[in-house]
Design a protein around this ligand. Structure first.
Ligand code: ZN
Length: 453
């Protein structure tokens, strides 16, 4: 949808790579009516912003100019690489349980409720709105097993303006009778229907795409995995997501069901589900061989530090430093409802805590993650994991304008660490990342369109 062209004048911060953050106290960023970033000037006197726009052939009279106020700065929108939309109403329940017990006791009865289209509409509407309010401009959603509910979720994302991957979840076994696909054929047919429906909503996949979503191998017959692999091969635009080496209980059950495979990497690769389009949630327990395969095949990792430490079984901390060292794509996932929080700011902080645990476990070899690194994971890293690295994640010219105006002073301060007179932009940024929350997210944009504020 066309929007008036706009320009932002003021401080901006974004990631250039995993190790490099760019802090721009006096920037000017221009966005055209299609929501694309057309210019990023790095050193502009705010008083000369109009002249600068004229020089860019951006007639100031046709542009809405947003001068960022005191204490405000602009950052890219957050990317949540792994979450479960139907768990929106169960967040925080069942903490401390092991994964398969938690699924049976808490999750399956809850997700089964999305059989009711009206319930689905109500909860998904609240879910999409809730994520946007928390600055999550892109989400990779697992839906429930239901076709209608999954279509509703995709439609709501498009209507509300959230960039999203939306997947009908495939489950044909090891789930209760009341919550599994009726048959392999049914599971695949519903998936194809959802793919067609999402394409009819957004033919170019500008904002919303279907994502192939086998929940995990435990709940999928081999024929379903094979069928989804076929769909993936025939549809090179579709991303793929699944849970991968999440917990010991899950890995043991997988080995028992598929004794012919020595690892989950071999299993999913065999069925044609591993490649550059694959988003692998968790990857807590990885052998050297599996890391090599994941790197060679170009898969991305959705690191979900909150659920890894609270639900699933054991205090699990994925080897993120090792992933980064090997050049494996990594982003952050809230994994809510397994994760009790649907805030990426919380996931960033927990990723730091998990990385400090890894530092101890590795006897100092895997250094903990820095603020800059977790910010990268929540933005550019996540974009790459979702196959959108050329489209979003930072303020590179030519990308879509998905962004957040952060406020830190006066009525916008919320409860974050007080900003003091001599604080540098860098210091304010750190205070926000470590102590801010959604009250500091004054405005949120997706593809140039305001979606909050
Ligand atoms: Zn999950």
């Amino acid at each position: 949808m066309a929007q008036p062209a706009k320009a932002f004048v003021g401080p901006m911060i974004h990631s250039l790579s995993a190790s490099e953050i760019e802090v721009l106290p006096y920037a000017l960023l221009a966005v055209n009516s299609e929501g694309k970033i057309t210019s990023l000037l790095r050193d502009v006197n705010p008083q000369r912003a109009q002249d600068a726009l004229k020089a860019l052939n951006f007639p100031p009279e046709l542009v809405t100019i947003h001068y960022l106020g005191p204490g405000q700065f602009l950052i890219p929108g957050f990317v949540d690489t792994h979450n479960h939309a139907p768990q929106w109403a169960q967040r925080g329940l069942g903490q401390g349980m092991h994964i398969l017990d938690w699924l049976d006791a808490i999750t399956f009865p809850n997700e089964a409720r999305f059989h009711d289209p009206e319930y689905a509409r109500r909860i998904y509407s609240s879910c999409v709105d809730g994520f946007l309010r928390q600055g999550i401009t892109t989400a990779s959603y697992y839906g429930s097993i239901h076709g209608e509910a999954t279509k509703t979720l995709a439609r709501l994302c498009l209507e509300e303006g959230q960039r999203a991957l939306v997947g009908k979840c495939n489950m044909t076994r090891n789930a209760p009778e009341y919550y599994r696909d009726a048959s392999v054929e049914d599971s695949l047919r519903l998936t194809e229907e959802c793919i067609d429906y999402v394409r009819s909503l957004d033919p170019a996949g500008n904002l919303v795409r279907h994502v192939l979503t086998p929940r995990f191998a435990i709940s999928c017959d081999a024929e379903v995995l094979r069928g989804l692999g076929d769909i993936a091969r025939n549809n090179p635009d579709l991303p793929i997501q699944t849970h991968f080496n999440e917990a010991e209980q899950e890995m043991k059950a997988t080995r028992e069901l598929f004794p012919q495979f020595a690892s989950e990497a071999d299993l999913y690769e065999h069925f044609g589900l591993l490649g550059e389009r694959s988003i692998l949630a968790h990857c807590c327990h990885m052998t050297d061989y599996e890391m090599e395969r994941v790197k060679a095949l170009g898969c991305g990792v959705a690191h979900c530090p909150i659920s890894n430490m609270t639900v699933g079984g054991g205090f699990m901390a994925a080897p993120v430093r090792e992933f980064l060292r090997r050049g494996i794509k990594v982003g952050l996932g809230t994994d809510s409802g397994g994760g009790f929080s649907s805030s990426i700011l919380d996931a960033m902080r927990q990723a730091m805590i998990a990385s400090y645990a890894r530092e101890v476990m590795s006897k100092g070899q895997d250094k903990g993650l820095s603020v800059d690194e977790v910010f990268y994971l929540a933005t550019l890293g996540g974009a790459q994991v979702c196959g959108l690295g050329d489209r979003i994640g930072n303020f590179e010219v030519g990308k879509d304008f998905d962004a957040i105006v952060v406020g830190t002073q006066g009525s916008e301060q919320g409860i974050m660490t007080v900003v003091e007179e001599n604080d540098s932009l860098r210091t304010v940024f750190e205070k926000f990342i470590m102590t801010g929350d959604d009250r500091n997210l004054i405005k949120v944009y997706v593809q140039g369109r305001p979606v909050k504020g």
